[in-house]
Every structure is written in structure tokens, then in C-alpha cells.
Design a protein around this ligand. Structure first.
Ligand code: UDX
Length: 441
């Protein structure tokens, strides 16, 4: 059991804190936002993540986790500090490191004060700082420098990337495929590795930059698989082939794997575009070509508009047409609309003069903050479908696959366009609907 400080309570920080508490450690979660701190201490997660509330409540009950706005309090108690703050994209595609640099400086000062003010043996114990935020290769070394400038006493620096997917982050933390820990000192890497003692998966010990690159390379490859599937989908339509059947045939090859070969309206979310853009930026800055990653982004930029193409193929002009939009979140099991293909589709339809009536199980409130009154918001799929000239499914909520055909029959028109693979195309066609899907025959 160890005492850990986790800086940042976004979906990485909070999931990390709660899961480390579940693994038997004592965790201080630090955030500047006292509203978030209060919510967490009340057992309410400020973010929607399946299973997180229960984990929080359990950890609070065991006094294994507490949230605080005081970094110095947390650092004084802890022997490890995880930096889990945001590293957003800047306009030029580079990563904005201002937040994590500020956090590192404050952490350095807090470590210095701990060393000076507390004579207890604890202060003498080597403190390990771990970067968990996604940062370009070379960043952890520069943060190390910042900490030294803040006169932090003897400390270790490690980099431990996360591979958490929104909607399954708790499970991805507790049952990952591998754990990666980078660091200059073997004793620090081993100490961080031991924090995951309860997680029986391969532990990869490496250097700081390699750990940073493993994260970028992993996300970039996942994005590449998706854009490959989408380019294949656009081809399959021309050949009269169903791309999902092709993906199934490919996926049995262990060298390929079926996961992340689901074609559709393109990838969204807070990570893929950010991480691929950052890797492109950093590589180009060092004189490397990024032909493949440029193409990955190029395919993805256009993909959401394939939904609009199919609607126009089925309806002709969209001006004045009523379109039922199923889904607003960037994927299922989340309320997050960041870089969501569905939001791009909604905007494009409104621009073409269509009336959009959207339904999403979780993301409507976030979408309303983004789109306001530009579209209408339905409280159920049936309400969205009622009197619609066409329906467009863009987010892969599994519940959309359970919408009864009778609900579709409330539509005025008979066109169903699918930007994922959720609906039963055969049943819809049999029931007299015109079904058009990305990559579908
Ligand atoms: C991703 C990575 O999966 C995760 O490892 C990393 O830590 C953070 O970024 P996330 O963005 O939360 O996770 O969701 P993910 O499930 O990867 O989906 C991202 C986007 O890709 C979604 O818009 C989803 O609809 C799309 N997607 C996913 C596809 O279009 N096809 C697929 O086969 C899989």
C-alpha cells in the first residue's frame, strides 16, 4: 500500500485515483476546482464514466481516497505524485503544455516546502513524480528540469501513459493489455511498477521518451486502422461489398485483429485528433515526413460528410427536409461531444437548410450548449423519428439497435442512413425502407 497524490480530476485523473484506491492505496486527488472537489468527496463523479461513482463511494467509505484543492497537503502525505492534467491541442496542432508545466512548477515548490518544513522521516523518503498526461516525447525531461528549478529535493521522474477509453475507462485501468513505465532510474520505475501489483499484465519498463512515444504511436495506429477501414468502406460501396464483412474476414488474421476496423462516420473524441496532430507537428518540426498520418487525418476530416452525401442521394435537396439524427456523442457510452462526427453532421445539415431533430441517451445537454437552438432535441428515438423525411444514425449507441421497426414507421419518409453498424439493415429493407450505409452493400 502506498500514499499517492493525483493532480487533476478529469477522466484520467479521477479514474486513476479511484482505481489506485481500489488497488489498496491511499489517494489524495487534487484539483483547483473546489466544486469538483466537493462533488468527489460527496461520492459524485463530475464526469460520466460507467462504474466510477460506485468506485468513488467505496473508496471514500474506506477512507482510501479524498479530494482536496491543497497540493501541499497531498504532497506532504504522498510518496508518489501523478500529473494527470490536460494537455490540449494548440491551434497549430502542437500540444499546449502550459497547464502541465504550471502543475510541475507548483509540485516542485510543494516538494521543496515538504522537505524544508517537515523533519519527519517521510520527508526524507524519495518522492517519485509520474507524468500520466499524454505529452510529446521529451516533455517529461523538461518537466524534470522545471521541478529541479523549483528546488524540489531528491525526487524521481517517471512517465506512465494511460490507455483509457471513455465509457470503459475503469475497466481499461484495472484490466489493461499492458502497463508502460518509463524512467531514468530503475529504482523509480520498479517502485511505480509495484503500485500496479494487483494488475496481472505485462509491465514494460523503458525510458521516459519511449514511454511517451508508445502512447502517441498506439493512438496514432488506432486512428490509422479506423481511417483505413473508412477508406476501404468508401471503396466497398462502389464495389457493392459490405465493408463489415470484409473487416470480419481480415480480423481473423492475428497480425491484423478485428478491433478498430469498424468503418463509419469517422473518429472523434478528445484524443485521436489531438494526439495524431501533435505527433505530426513534432515529427515535422524534426524534419520527418508524416505521409501516412497526414492521410489518416485527411480521410477523417471528410468522413462525417459521407452521411450527408447519402442523405442527398436518397432525398435530393435537403433544404426544408426534416432529419431525425440518432446520436450526438462522439461514441456510445459517453456524454462527451468533443470532435463528435454527429455534431459535424448536424451542423452540415442545418447549413443545407434541413430541420434536424436529434436524440442521444446522454449527450443532449452538452450538445445543446454547443449547438443551442440550431437543432431540436427529442426525448426519445420515436419522438425524433416522428414525421421525419429521413433518419441518420451517427453514434453507435447499442440501444439504437433495439428501436422497434414500428418507431421507424412514424417517419414521413422511408430513408434510413447509417454512419455506423448498429441497425438491422436486412429488416429495414424488408420493411420497405431505403437503407444507405457507409461502406454497406
Ligand atoms: C481513445 C483510445 O482508444 C484510448 O486508448 C486512448 O487512451 C484515448 O483515446 P476514446 O477516444 O475514449 O479512446 O474512444 P475510442 O473507443 O477509441 O473511440 C474513438 C473514436 O473512434 C470514436 O469516435 C469511435 O466512434 C471511433 N471508432 C472507434 C471508429 O470509428 N471505429 C472503430 O472501430 C473504433
Amino acid at each position: 500500500m502506498a500514499d499517492l497524490c493525483v493532480v487533476g480530476t478529469g477522466y484520467v485523473g479521477l479514474v486513476t485515483g479511484a482505481c489506485f484506491a481500489e488497488l489498496g492505496h491511499r489517494v489524495w486527488c487534487v484539483d483547483l476546482d473546489d466544486r469538483k472537489v466537493a462533488l468527489i468527496n460527496a461520492g459524485k463523479s463530475p464526469i460520466y464514466e460507467p462504474g466510477l461513482d460506485e468506485l468513488l463511494k467505496r473508496s471514500l467509505k474506506r477512507h482510501a481516497l479524498v479530494a482536496t484543492t491543497s497540493l501541499s497537503e497531498a504532497v506532504t502525505q504522498a510518496d508518489f505524485s501523478f500529473l494527470c492534467v490536460g494537455t490540449p491541442s494548440a491551434e497549430d496542432g502542437s500540444t499546449d503544455l502550459s497547464i502541465i508545466r504550471r502543475a510541475a512548477s507548483e509540485l516542485g515548490k510543494a516538494l521543496h516546502d515538504k522537505h524544508v518544513n517537515s523533519r519527519k522521516s517521510k520527508a526524507k523518503k524519495r518522492h517519485v513524480v509520474i507524468v500520466k498526461s499524454t505529452v510529446p516525447p521529451g516533455t517529461s525531461e523538461s518537466l524534470d528540469q522545471l521541478l529541479r528549478e523549483a528546488a524540489a529535493p531528491d525526487f524521481g521522474m517517471c512517465m506512465n501513459p494511460e490507455f483509457l477509453r471513455e465509457g470503459s475507462a475503469v475497466n481499461d485501468f484495472l484490466q489493461p493489455d499492458r502497463i508502460v513505465v518509463g524512467g531514468n532510474e530503475r529504482k523509480d520505475v520498479d517502485a511505480v511498477g509495484r503500485l500496479y501489483a494487483g494488475v496481472k499484465v505485462p509491465l514494460i519498463k523503458t525510458g521516459l521518451r519511449t514511454a511517451e512515444m508508445i502512447k502517441y504511436a498506439s493512438n496514432s495506429f488506432l486512428a490509422t486502422k479506423i481511417s483505413f477501414a473508412n477508406e476501404l468502406a468508401n471503396m466497398c460501396e462502389q464495389f457493392g461489398i459490405d465493408v463489415y464483412e470484409v473487416a470480419d474476414g481480415m480480423g481473423y488474421d492475428r497480425r491484423i485483429g478485428r478491433a478498430f476496423l469498424n468503418a463509419g462516420a469517422g473518429f472523434g473524441g478528445s484524443c485521436f485528433k489531438k494526439d495524431v496532430s501533435s505527433l505530426i507537428y513534432e515529427a515535422k518540426k524534426r524534419g520527418s515526413r508524416t505521409a501516412i498520418l497526414d492521410a489518416v487525418m485527411g480521410v477523417n476530416e471528410l468522413q462525417p460528410f459521407r452521411v450527408v452525401d447519402l442523405l442527398e442521394r436518397g432525398l435530393g435537396s435537403l433544404s426544408g427536409k426534416r432529419i431525425a439524427l440518432l446520436g450526438l456523442a462522439f461514441k456510445d457510452e459517453t456524454d462527451d461531444i468533443r470532435d463528435s462526427a454527429a455534431i459535424k453532421v448536424a451542423r452540415a445539415l442545418v447549413k443545407k437548410g434541413a430541420l434536424v431533430v436529434a436524440y442521444d441517451p446522454k449527450a443532449a445537454e452538452n450538445a445543446r450548449r454547443e449547438l443551442g437552438g440550431a437543432i431540436l432535441y427529442a426525448n426519445s428515438p420515436k419522438e425524433a423519428l416522428k414525421d421525419a423525411d429521413a433518419c441518420a444514425l451517427v453514434t453507435e449507441w447499442k440501444s439504437f439497435g433495439k428501436i422497434p421497426l414500428s418507431a421507424f414507421k412514424y417517419m414521413r419518409g422511408r430513408l434510413v442512413v447509417e454512419g455506423r453498424q448498429v441497425l438491422d439493415k436486412k429488416a429495414l429493407k424488408k420493411a420497405g425502407f431505403k437503407y444507405l450505409g457507409i461502406g454497406r452493400a
